[in-house]
Design a protein around this ligand. Structure first.
Ligand code: ZN
Length: 555
């Protein structure tokens, strides 16, 4: 394991690049728009030959000296949804794989290959509403196909349709996958296992999903659990699974929470695979790939805390809802997947582990975003697609700020309307692609509030408020009560409603006031007791550049 441990960080970087730097920039080839062609189903059969991992570090770069081999056939059921005939269909398949043949039943098709692009040309063009099955045969040596671990993503496992922005929403289909692996090798994919004969295992995704992956390894052993009403299959490495019970329990509790909040968990089996190359986790439909250090209890620093481990499992489990069932597309699609998964996970922490754990993890999000807040890297949530997403700064925007934006929306429309909006949005978009605007529409409908201003500021633009109590004073009324007036100033940008608390503890009075960017508002309360202090945003609901100047003492 020495070489694995040493190279871990580099492998994670490579994986991150693979995940987010893919697909690469493509040449202009009269590309089809996102929804002219959609895939309705995949039948994938692959045979894998893993080898021992061999790698070296050269000047900080990681080189894989060994490569396993994959052979595959994918039958893709395409449907033309454009209103005009479509002659060209663009698919993505790792450039480490060679396309051996492309055939279309009852149609003439040729293909060209550029990098990871497979461009299919139909002659004659496919008519609107046409359904066309295409069979692609391919083989090669993609990463990562090792005895120590296997991790093959969409695109390195089978070809998919990818929008120019890198989203996968056009691949919403049922996936059946058959894997042939050497004896004794644990291979795991999404869905219900439908058969296992000799070295051949088949799974069925049960519902339409945008992608599936393949993971596993020679040392992995399967442990069966039932948690949260879901059958868990956990693949761990013997001797490195100290946290097995804990993580299984957390997964079940998170799934139970999402089942109550959104809708019942939509798969009969949920797989959890301990994997070395995963920094944190990756959530595929009903399949969570989890950093092996979470299982062995050896995460760096404070990350072995229970609330973080819970957040990790809950975040990856939330991905079984989004992007797996509701598939984000269009502006802000990365946030709709990752920001939502993160906040859903935070809500699960709150529900299961309580308010202190929730406050702790929420503060981590604030701290994470604070590193770049107000700096050039602090770009709008809407500006991120898979083409530019991946660097640490972009993750601070999408996960950190992204989850805090949902927290603010909960403040703006109220807890009940927020929960009902989440449920309605995910129920209505279940099994299809959806845009951020659809979530806004649902939240507006359920809360009865206009929210364009909110989404404009927090998704399309970059604003950064800082609320301070500029002044506060108290006078005695004729009736012997106390009238306190506070001036709340936003020294930053963005217009938000903000809570102002007069006094402390049980007897405090809270008023909500709207404070414009670079502006101020006054609020007055009359109380039977004297007010000694005023605090703006006492619940820390809002994103601010500085939380240390929120209190004011009246002398
Ligand atoms: Zn995620």
């Amino acid at each position: 394991m020495g070489i694995l441990a040493r190279a871990r960080k580099a492998v994670i970087l490579v994986l991150a690049a693979l995940l987010v730097g893919w697909p690469p920039t493509l040449p202009a080839v009269g590309q089809i728009v996102l929804e002219d062609v959609v895939a309705r189903g995949f039948e994938v059969a692959v045979s894998i030959t893993p080898v021992d991992l061999s790698l070296e570090m050269v000047g900080g770069d990681l080189r894989f000296l060994s490569r396993g081999t994959l052979r595959g056939t994918a039958r893709v059921a395409l449907e033309i949804t454009a209103e005009q005939p479509v002659s060209r269909v663009r698919m993505e398949l790792s450039s480490a794989l060679t396309v051996r043949s492309v055939q279309a039943e009852g149609a003439r098709v040729t293909f060209t290959r550029t990098g990871s692009q497979v461009l299919l040309t139909f002659d004659p063009a496919l008519s609107p509403k046409a359904r066309q099955t295409v069979t692609v045969e391919y083989d090669g040596q993609p990463l990562y196909l090792y005895n120590e671990f296997v991790l093959l993503h969409t695109g390195a496992l089978y070809p998919v349709l990818v929008s120019p922005f890198g989203d996968y929403s056009a691949n919403m289909g049922r996936v059946s996958i058959q894997v042939t692996a050497p004896a004794g090798f644990a291979a795991v994919s999404t869905g219900r296992q439908v058969s296992a004969e000799g070295n051949v295992v088949r799974w069925d995704s049960e519902v339409e999903v945008p992608w599936v992956a393949l993971a596993g390894g020679r040392r992995h052993r399967r442990v069966e659990r039932t948690a949260g009403g879901v059958r868990l299959q956990i693949y761990v490495i013997p001797g490195e699974e100290r946290n097995l019970d804990k993580l299984a329990g957390y997964t079940g509790q998170a799934v139970e929470f999402f089942g109550r909040l959104l809708y019942p968990f939509p798969y009969t089996e949920l797989k959890v695979v301990s994997l070395i190359v995963v920094g944190g986790g990756i959530g595929y439909p009903a399949m969570l790939l989890i950093d092996d250090r979470a299982f062995s209890g050896t995460m760096p620093g404070a990350l072995n805390r229970d609330s973080w481990l819970f957040l990790l499992m809950a975040h990856e489990a939330a991905h079984s809802y989004v992007p797996s069932r509701t598939v984000p597309k269009g502006v802000g699609f990365v946030w709709l997947s990752e920001g939502f998964a993160e906040y859903l996970a935070l809500m699960a922490v709150e529900a299961v582990m309580g308010p202190e754990a929730f406050a702790r993890e929420l503060q981590e999000e604030r701290d994470d975003y604070a590193v770049i807040a107000g700096k050039p890297e602090d770009r709008s949530i809407a500006s991120f697609t898979f083409a530019n997403y991946g660097p640490r700064a972009s993750r601070r925007v999408i996960y950190g700020k992204g989850s805090l934006v949902l927290h603010m929306l909960r403040f703006v429309i109220g807890d009940d309307a927020f929960r009902r909006s989440l449920a309605a949005f995910f129920q209505r978009t279940r099994g299809r692609a959806a845009r951020v605007d659809e979530f806004r529409d649902v939240a507006e409908e359920i809360s009865g509030a206009k929210l364009e201003w909110f989404f404009d500021q927090w998704i399309s633009q970059v604003v950064l408020p800082d609320y301070v109590v500029a002044s506060a004073s108290t006078t005695r009324t004729d009736e012997g009560e106390f009238r306190t007036t506070a001036t709340i100033r936003n020294t930053g940008t963005g217009t938000m409603p903000v809570d102002v608390a007069f006094g402390a503890g049980e007897g405090r009075v809270v008023r909500r006031v709207e404070v414009p960017g670079r502006g101020e508002a006054t609020v007055t309360v009359t109380t039977p007791a004297a007010i000694k202090e005023v605090e703006v945003d006492p619940g820390r609901w809002l994103i601010q550049s500085n939380y240390k100047n929120d209190r004011y003492e009246i002398r």
